[in-house]
Design a protein around this ligand. Structure first.
Ligand code: SAM
Ligand code: SF4
Length: 336
């Protein structure tokens, strides 16, 4: 399907242009990571509230027409959407074809990696915070470490390389084993990236004073490895600061999303599973696309709603400032 040729780009008043669309395909999840949601889960969206596949592909096509070059499927847990393989195939058929990536907890990826790759998935990030079974169970409240390991292997075999691993460290849970996770990833050729924990959990349990900072992660890794920063020129505009491990060529990334925000270089926009466009993870507002779409508006009118929302994007997330307010939607409902 050819994407509608809208000329307006996804610009904001601070000079940034969005090219990376994060699409939440479901708000449901089969894990209960402590930094993300409470043990009992959340009130999930009802089916009629969710975008259908046709609606979702239509909106992604409009974003592509507005200049989006990469689409990242996320959630909730994206592998829980039954039609995911078909959705990937339909997004890959857009013209121009965007790069397609996915962020997943890896449970079920052992079965789905090959069909997803065949449908057009280009890259995958698997979230894995620890390879210690007891820590994994404590952090995710589920005993699924073996499934995630199998999912990672299947991703590599399916050619979704380089396979990337995302990790969040929580004090008193997995903060003392970050070097073990790095050693495990190095042995298997997975690219590891730590991300500072952000105030996005549904239960509002984030605390700046207990958060593990990027500096602390670096110190802990340095107890076992020689960690040296990659020159800034090689880092580019990517949010992760990358470090050579033991002189390279292996690297590890650390995203200081809280202590050194990269908002000035942000090129992201987001579509929620119920069809709201959000210009930032931390936005206090969003624009509904589902309602107007179901009332029959044109692609051009939807494009106007999207560009209008992007124009209002704030300069920065403001975590740590006195007037910072956590967004109403938790990370799992926005699409991380
Ligand atoms: N379920 C999938 C997964 O876990 O990869 C996709 C959705 S999850 C919300 C996306 C990413 O957000 C994961 O890498 C997860 O670790 C991260 N995440 C969730 N809550 C977070 C928080 N409070 N701070 C930082 N990262 C968080
Ligand atoms: Fe689920 Fe991902 Fe949130 Fe963990 S981080 S509870 S896997 S949505």
């Amino acid at each position: 399907m050819s994407a509608a040729p809208h000329t307006a780009r996804l610009a904001d008043r601070h000079g940034r242009v969005a090219r990376d669309l994060r699409v939440s395909v479901t708000d449901r999840c089969n894990l209960r990571c402590r930094y993300c949601m409470p043990a009992e889960g959340l009130p999930w969206l009802a089916k009629p509230e969710m975008l259908t596949d046709d609606e979702l592909v239509r909106l992604v096509g409009i974003f592509v027409g507005l200049g989006v070059e990469q689409v990242r499927l996320t959630g909730g847990e994206p592998l829980l959407r039954r039609s995911l393989v078909d959705l990937v195939g339909r997004i890959a058929a857009l013209d121009p074809r965007p790069r397609i990536a996915m962020t997943t907890n890896g449970v079920g990826l052992d079965r789905l990696a090959a069909p997803l790759a065949a449908a057009g998935l280009d890259r995958v990030n698997v979230s894995l915070d620890t390879v210690d079974p007891a820590e994994f169970a404590a952090l995710t409240r589920r005993d699924r470490l073996a499934d995630v390991e199998a999912g990672l292997e299947a991703a590599r075999e399916a050619g979704l390389t380089p396979v990337k691993v995302n990790a969040v460290a929580m004090r008193g849970v997995n903060d003392t084993s970050v070097a073990d996770l790095l050693a495990w990833c190095l042995e298997r050729g997975y690219e590891l990236r730590f991300i500072e924990q952000m105030p996005l959990d549904a239960q509002h349990g984030w605390d700046a004073s207990t958060m593990i900072s990027s500096d602390e992660i670096r110190e802990r890794l340095s107890e076992r490895f020689v960690i040296t920063p990659l020159p800034a020129a090689e880092r580019g505009s990517a949010p992760a600061e990358r470090f050579l491990v033991d002189g390279g060529p292996a690297t590890v990334g650390i995203v200081a999303s809280v202590t050194a925000p990269f908002c000035g270089a942000c090129d992201r926009t987001r579509l929620t599973a119920d069809g709201q466009v959000r210009n930032c993870l931390f936005s206090q507002r969003e624009t509904d696309l589902r309602g107007p779409m179901r009332e029959g508006v044109s692609d051009a009118e939807l494009a106007d709603l999207i560009t209008g929302e992007m124009w209002r994007k704030a300069k920065g997330h403001g975590i740590g400032s006195e007037d910072f307010v956590q967004p109403l939607r938790p990370m799992s409902a926005i699409g991380g």
